[in-house]
Design a protein around this ligand. Structure first.
Ligand code: G6P
Length: 614
């Protein structure tokens, strides 16, 4: 939620800030703005809309100056308009500030500042910060860095902020608490700031991930200094980035989402690389090696996540129960953190997050950690907050996912959960050797099978054309495929704005069946496995009420073909691995329906990819 960038160095800041904001647009895209130090003082330009609108607003020449900040917004407080867009400035225009997060006590701070004569122009929570810093500078006579520090002592909430001050024209001050911020250390004496590493990688591979409670002071001459909120100097730890630049481009596809769907044979392979050892009949997850015994002894596993990651967690529940015989509870992070959950020291908590920054998931981890549980992370973004606060974990290695609707991250998360469950089951002896080996071979075959599924795209497009104007849709699945039904429905509503619900197939008769008529497309995952016959009966129930059935079936199926309106074939696979295949046609159908409806597939309305507010 909200992307922020900053630049200090010898080069022109404008092109660096604009291209950085474009990389971060997935974090929010309802307004954008920049503040750049020019010869005659601070120049601020901001407007409603996307980064391209800001470029058009400023004009071809951009703004001149070598120190600046930029912001792309996902509105929390105050509608998306020019005034609420960031940066926010002090009354005299000397201070400008950008913010990602929420200032929870903004109302109290605002009231005090109004009493002190400050006039507020926007409806945002952010504006209090800039007036508060200004007020401290005036009353305490402190420099910018110290004023920011003193201001933050009064702030309750989450923030990543960057401030620029016309009185210190060669400097940026940044701070973080609960919202991410990365500093890039360039080769030409320049420094970059961004919400994640994607705007930085084209300039430098040397980065410092800011920690909670840290304040960074970046100056042209003196370079980077880092302090904590208690004003103690810290030594920043520089790390090397591993992202490849081409993974951040569309690579010939119309949309990132389509590229990412098509990348899945590769991304699933990458998440297994070096971990699946067929010859040695073992699964090796180096990142959690030291915690293997804890897993083996665990009485219970709790899984926390949000959105698509929560759906992957549900597949994980079935996997761990089947292979490792450990009871699993899957929790929405946002619910878990505000209950008083019973957590024991021998509980394992698996936290799943593509971005590694989701505020609710972070808070759920902190709660479970404070009660003594062992936290294992499954994250995609290397160096992200969740990856750093968990005790141990495994990266999914899916590569950057830019489309807001998650696709390849889901299959990579499910792949890792499969590896984990198999590894623990094997160690515990709850899965016998022959079956274990068979499943390793089947898992190894999944990338090639996904490639076969991708070949059904032309047929999927044909089906999309028929149902693109539907107002509602139902998704049904059982067992391992119930979470896939939920994920299919989520994909459709996220990007095409068609109302869709996922349901366990048998539960349909307890409610959703009332909605079925000839207008209602019902997507059913009906592959040959443990509950095949039952699902076939559910399809009959839908057909008896004139619903339209689009079924995902196993290659060669004839039974469902005879009763469904359309079938999409996927290769045969053990039940536990079917989610990795069955989700792909559902991703594609949502994509094509959304494109046909003229929706912005990569940046759907109201959504953001990295949800750093609760
Ligand atoms: C947002 C995104 C979803 C994602 C969810 C959880 O809602 O739009 O695609 O599944 O957040 O994000 P995480 O990064 O924690 O997996």
């Amino acid at each position: 939620m909200c992307g922020i960038v900053g630049y200090v160095g010898p080069k022109e800041a404008w092109p660096i800030l604009i291209s950085g904001l474009k990389r971060l647009e997935y974090r929010g895209y309802d307004s954008a703005g920049v503040a750049i130090m020019g010869d005659k003082g601070l120049q601020v330009s901001k407007c409603k809309g996307r980064v391209a609108d800001l470029e058009a607003h400023v004009g071809k020449k951009g703004l001149k100056g070598t120190v600046g900040i930029g912001h792309t917004r996902w509105a929390t407080h105050g509608e998306p308009n020019d005034v609420n867009a960031h940066p926010h400035t002090s009354a005299n225009g000397e201070l400008a500030l950008i913010h990602n997060g929420i200032i929870e006590n903004y109302a109290t701070l605002k009231e005090e500042l109004i009493k002190r004569g400050y006039v507020f122009r926007s409806e945002t929570d952010t504006e209090v910060l800039v007036h508060l810093i200004d007020d401290i500078q005036r009353t305490e006579g402190t420099d910018l860095a110290e004023s920011v520090r003193l201001a933050l002592l009064n702030v309750v909430g989450a923030y990543a902020i960057v401030v620029v001050d016309a009185k210190s024209p060669d400097m940026l001050v940044a701070a973080r608490k609960s919202s991410p911020l990365v500093i890039g250390i360039g080769n030409d004496g320049d420094h970059f700031l961004a919400s994640d590493a994607t705007p930085i990688v084209e300039h430098t591979r040397n980065v410092v991930y800011m920690e909670d409670g840290e304040i960074a002071i970046i100056e042209k001459e003196k370079g980077l200094r880092v302090r904590n909120i208690k004003n103690q100097e810290l030594r920043p730890s520089v790390q090397a980035l591993e992202i490849q630049l081409e993974t951040l481009e569309k690579g010939g596809y119309d949309h990132f989402m389509l590229k990412e769907i098509n990348e899945q044979p590769r991304s699933i392979r990458d998440s297994m690389r070096g971990r699946l050892n067929i010859a040695g009949s073992e699964v090796v997850l180096g990142g959690i090696k030291d915690y293997e015994q804890k897993f083996v002894n665990a009485k219970r596993i709790l899984v926390v996540g949000c959105g698509t990651s929560w759906h992957a967690g549900m597949v994980g529940e079935y996997l761990f129960e089947e292979f490792a015989r450990i009871p699993v509870e899957v929790e929405y992070a946002s619910e878990f953190r505000y209950r008083d959950p019973v957590i024991n020291e021998d509980d394992i908590v698996i936290a799943i997050s593509q971005s590694g920054e989701t505020a609710d998931t972070l808070a759920a981890i902190e709660l479970a950690k404070s009660r003594g549980a062992t936290i294992i992370g499954i994250c995609n973004v290397v160096g992200s907050s969740i990856a750093r606060i968990t005790h141990a974990g495994s990266y999914t290695h899916a590569g950057p996912e830019i489309g807001v609707a998650s696709t390849k991250a889901f299959t990579a998360q499910v792949t890792l959960l499969t590896l984990m469950a198999l590894m623990i089951g094997h160690r515990k002896g709850t899965i016998d050797g022959a079956r274990f080996q068979q499943l390793l071979l089947e898992l190894d075959a999944i990338p090639a099978k996904v490639e076969r599924v991708l070949k059904t795209e032309a047929q999927i497009k044909y089906i999309a054309e028929i149902y693109k104007d539907a107002r509602n849709a139902l998704y049904l699945g059982r067992g391992y495929c119930f979470p896939v039904a939920l994920e299919g429905a989520l994909k459709l509503k996220e990007i095409s704005y068609i109302h869709a619900e996922g349901y366990p197939a048998a539960e349909m008769k307890h409610g959703p069946i009332a909605l079925i008529d000839e207008e209602m497309p019902v997507f059913v995952i009906a592959t040959q496995g443990a509950s095949y016959e039952k699902v076939v009966s559910n399809i009959q129930e839908v057909k008896a009420r004139k619903g339209k059935v689009i079924a995902i079936v196993t290659e060669g199926d004839t039974v469902v073909k005879a009763i469904a309106d359309h079938t999409i074939e996927i290769p045969a696979s053990p039940d536990a691995l079917v989610p990795l295949l069955a989700v792909v046609p559902l991703q594609l159908i949502s994509y094509h329906i959304a494109v046909m409806r003229g929706c912005n597939v990569d940046q759907p309305r109201n959504l953001a990819k990295s949800v750093t507010v609760e």
